[in-house]
Design a protein around this ligand. Structure first.
Ligand code: IVH
Length: 670
C-alpha cells in the first residue's frame, strides 16, 4: 500500500470514529472517550489532513467548532465569532505556548489566569444597559437565541443599574449548575422515573435547550462572565475589563489572578488541580490569557483559536481495572439500570467497586465483553463511569455482554418504549423491587413523610407478607401482635410507626398523588395537576386532550396518567386509600373572583414582561373570570405578548388573526 493510500485509510477511519464520538457527546450526552483522547485523535487527523488535504472530508470533525443548532430556536449570527481555545494537557505544552508568545511580543507582558468553568458558553448583548439578546455558541458563527431562558438566571443582570458601561456591548460567559443543585434536581428526576443527567454540564445545557422558560426558571443556573466585546476599545487590558464588568453588576469569578510569569501560571494551575474539588461547581481546567489588548491584537488568531490564550485541561483521573460482572437494578418505575461490578481500585481518593453503565446503548457503544479490562474515570460525575475498554487484554473467546431480556427480579420480558433508552419491567404489580421501592417512595420524606417506617422495615414487612400494596400500610394496625414478632421492633417503635401512619392521613392531595409513584409525576407536576383538577375524580376522568391542555403537562405525562388510571387495579387501590381516609381533594379554597370582566374570554401569555411574571398575569386573568389556554388555536381570543416571544407562536397567531395585546392592554380590559 502506498503512503497516500495508507493516509486515506487512516483519515477515513479517524473521521468516522470522531464523528461517532461527537454524536455520543453532543446528542447522546454519553461520551465513551475522554476529552484528552478525543483531542489527541483530532490532532492526529488534523496533521494527516494537512499532509493530504485531498482526502479531507468537507465536514471533517476538524472543521467543526462545536455542537449543532437546535431547530426550534431562532438562529442568530454572532457579531464577533465565538471561538474556541487551544487545549494543553501538560507543562511542556504550556511552556511551548509561553515561548511562542515571547518570540512574538517579547518578555514584557502579563497573563490572566482564570478557572475554566465546565458549562455552556453564552454571548449576551446589552443595549443602553438592558439585556436584549442571549445566544448560545452553536457552531461558533451562528447560535440559538435563548434570551428568555437566560433572563431566568438570577446572577445575570437584566438591567444594569450603575456604572460607565457603553451603549452597546457583548459579554461572554459560561452558564452552569452548582453540583448541589444538580444532585438535588437529578434525584427528583430519578424519583419521577426520568433518566438522570450524567453531570451538571449536561443538565445545564439540557436546560438551556428547553422551550419553556418557566421550566428553565425552576432549575437554578448560574453564569460566570469572562469576556467583554465592545465596538470601541474601552480598556487597555482584559483584567481591567473584568473589574469593570464586576462593577457593572456582572458575576465575575473572584478566583482569577494576574501573573507575571509562566512559573506563576503553573503555580495557579497546580493549586487549583487539588482545590477544584472544594468549589461548589465543576471546572475542567484553567484558561490563560495574555492581559494586554494591544498585545492580544499583535498575536492574533489561527484559523480557529486565539494565539493569545490557551486552556490547560485537567485530566480526569482514570484507572484501569477488570469488569467482574454486570448486574441490573430494577427501580420503582420498573426501569432497569445496568451497573458494572469492578475489581476494587483506588481512584481520586476513593475505592471504586462499581460504575454506572446508563443503559443498553452504552454497553453496545463500549463493546463490553465479559472480563474486559476497562478504563474508569471520575469526572464531574458522582458515580464513576467506564470510559473505554482495553481491547489488547481481551480474551479471544470472551463473549460480548448481552443486555438482559427478562427482569432479573421477576423474570418478566422487558419492554422498551419508542424513543427511550431504558428498558422497563412491565410487571409493576408482581415485581418485588418495584413493589418495595414504590412503598418506600410513598412513605418518603418528600411524599407522605411517615415517621417510624423506614426503608428496611418496609422491605422486611414485604418479605413477611404484611405489605404488598400501599393501602396495606393503613391496615398495619390490624397486625399489631404479628408486628411484635419482628426483630428489633419493640412496642414503642410500633406505636411510633402507627402514629406516623395515622398522621399521614392529613397529608394534602398533591403529596398523595406524588406518593403514588406514577411515572413522570414528580412533585411539581403533582402540584400542577391538583391545582387544576382539584379532585381525584376529575383527574381520573380527564382525557388525554384535557390533560395536555394543562400548563406544562406534555403528551408523555398525559399518556402516563391515562394508562395509570385505565388500570382497574390502580382504581381499586385509590378507592381503598380513599376509604381509609387519605386526602384526594384539594384543600385549596375556591377562588373568589375579583371581577367578571374577562369572563368568556381566553388568553395565552407568552414572552417576558417587565413588571409581571407570567404566573402573575395568569392569576390576574383567572381572578377576573378569564381562561388560560395552552396552545394557539382558532378558539383563542387574545395573545398577551411580552418580549422575546417565540417566532412560531407569533406567526401562528397572525395567521389565525388573533389579536396580540400587551400586558398594559390586558389590564385595561379589567
Ligand atoms: S475565554 C476567545 N474563559 O471554554 C476566548 N472560556 O474551550 C474565548 N470557558 O468556549 C473563551 N471558562 O465555553 C474563556 N474563563 C474562561 C472560560 C472559558 C470556560 C469555555 C468557553 C469556551 C471553551 C473553550
Amino acid at each position: 500500500m502506498s503512503a497516500a493510500q495508507q493516509a486515506k485509510q487512516q483519515i477515513d477511519a479517524l473521521t468516522a470514529e470522531l464523528k461517532q464520538h461527537t454524536y455520543n457527546y453532543y446528542v447522546l450526552a454519553q461520551p465513551t472517550i475522554s476529552d484528552y483522547d478525543f483531542d489527541k485523535k483530532l490532532e492526529q487527523l488534523a496533521g494527516l489532513e494537512k499532509q493530504f488535504p485531498e482526502f479531507a472530508e468537507p465536514d471533517s470533525p476538524t472543521q467543526l467548532v462545536g455542537g449543532e443548532i437546535t431547530k426550534e430556536f431562532k438562529t442568530v449570527r454572532h457579531r464577533w465569532p465565538m471561538l474556541s481555545l487551544g487545549n494543553t494537557y501538560n507543562e511542556q505544552e504550556l511552556l511551548d505556548f509561553d515561548q511562542r508568545i515571547k518570540k512574538a511580543i517579547g518578555d514584557n507582558f502579563q497573563y490572566v489566569c482564570e478557572l475554566k468553568f465546565d458549562g455552556l458558553s453564552m454571548s449576551i448583548t446589552y443595549e443602553h444597559g438592558k439585556l436584549v439578546r442571549a445566544v448560545t455558541r452553536g457552531n461558533g458563527v451562528e447560535g440559538d437565541e435563548v434570551t428568555t431562558n437566560v433572563k431566568t438566571i438570577h446572577s445575570v443582570p437584566k438591567k444594569l443599574d450603575h456604572g460607565d458601561y457603553p451603549d452597546m456591548f457583548e459579554i461572554r460567559g459560561e452558564v452552569f449548575m452548582h453540583r448541589k443543585a444538580f444532585e438535588r434536581l437529578n434525584d427528583e428526576r430519578i424519583e419521577a422515573g426520568e433518566v438522570p443527567y450524567a453531570n451538571p454540564r449536561n443538565f445545564a445545557s439540557g436546560t438551556m435547550k428547553l422551550q419553556d422558560s418557566g421550566e428553565v426558571a425552576k432549575r437554578p443556573l448560574d453564569c460566570f462572565l469572562y469576556f467583554l466585546y465592545t465596538e470601541k476599545q474601552l480598556f487597555k487590558t482584559h483584567w481591567e475589563s473584568l473589574q469593570a464588568a464586576k462593577s457593572w453588576g456582572f458575576h465575575v469569578s473572584e478566583h482569577s489572578k494576574l501573573c507575571g510569569s509562566i512559573t506563576e501560571v503553573l503555580d495557579f494551575i497546580n493549586y487549583w488541580e487539588e482545590k477544584r474539588f472544594d468549589l461548589s461547581f465543576d471546572i475542567d481546567g484553567i484558561v490563560i490569557k495574555v492581559n494586554n489588548y494591544n498585545q492580544q491584537e499583535e498575536l492574533g488568531f489561527t484559523a480557529k483559536v486565539p494565539r493569545w490564550a490557551i486552556a490547560y485541561k485537567y485530566k480526569a483521573e482514570q484507572v484501569e481495572t477488570v469488569l467482574e460482572s454486570v448486574v441490573y437494578n430494577v427501580g420503582r418505575t420498573g426501569a432497569v439500570t445496568p451497573v458494572a461490578n469492578l475489581k476494587p481500585v483506588q481512584l481520586a481518593g476513593t475505592t471504586v467497586k462499581r460504575a454506572t453503565l446508563h443503559n443498553a446503548n452504552q454497553i453496545l457503544l463500549l463493546d463490553l465483553h465479559e472480563g474486559d479490562s476497562v478504563y474508569v474515570e471520575k469526572g464531574g460525575e458522582i458515580i464513576p463511569k467506564i470510559i473505554s475498554v482495553n481491547p489488547a487484554k481481551r480474551k479471544p473467546d470472551a463473549p460480548a455482554i448481552e443486555y438482559v431480556t427478562h427482569c432479573p427480579a421477576c423474570g418478566t420480558l422487558l419492554e422498551r418504549k419508542e424513543g427511550e433508552a431504558a428498558f422497563y419491567c412491565p410487571n409493576d404489580e408482581g415485581c418485588p423491587p418495584q413493589i418495595v421501592s414504590k412503598m418506600q417512595h410513598f412513605v418518603g420524606r418528600r411524599a407522605m413523610n411517615i415517621d417510624g417506617l423506614g426503608d428496611e422495615t418496609i422491605e422486611t414487612m414485604y418479605q413477611r407478607g404484611f405489605l404488598k400494596h400501599i393501602s396495606d400500610i393503613y391496615d398495619l394496625h390490624l397486625h399489631y401482635n404479628d408486628l411484635k414478632t419482628m426483630d428489633r421492633f419493640g412496642e414503642k417503635s410500633i406505636r411510633n410507626m402507627l402514629d406516623g401512619i395515622e398522621k399521614s392521613k392529613h397529608m394534602p392531595f398533591e403529596k398523595v398523588l406524588f406518593g403514588l409513584g406514577i411515572r413522570y409525576i414528580g412533585e411539581t407536576v403533582a402540584k400542577k395537576l391538583v391545582a387544576y383538577f382539584k379532585t381525584i375524580d376529575r383527574l381520573m376522568a380527564a382525557s388525554l386532550e384535557e390533560l395536555v391542555a394543562v400548563d406544562e403537562i406534555g403528551e408523555r405525562i398525559a399518556q402516563s396518567l391515562v394508562e395509570y388510571f385505565e388500570d382497574e387495579k390502580h382504581r381499586e387501590e385509590i378507592a381503598k386509600l380513599q376509604s381509609q381516609g387519605l386526602q384526594f381533594i384539594s384543600e385549596e379554597k375556591e377562588v373568589v373572583l375579583a371581577s367578571e370582566s374577562l369572563s368568556g374570554k381566553s388568553f395565552i401569555i407568552s414572552g417576558v414582561f417587565e413588571k409581571y411574571s407570567r404566573d402573575d398575569l395568569k392569576d390576574i386573568i383567572e381572578q377576573n373570570g378569564g381562561k388560560i389556554l395552552s396552545s394557539i388555536s382558532a378558539k383563542l381570543n387574545y395573545l398577551v405578548a411580552g418580549d422575546n416571544m417565540g417566532p412560531a407562536k407569533l406567526e401562528k397567531a397572525n395567521k389565525l388573526n388573533i389579536p396580540i395585546i400587551s400586558d398594559e392592554e390586558l389590564l385595561g380590559m379589567i
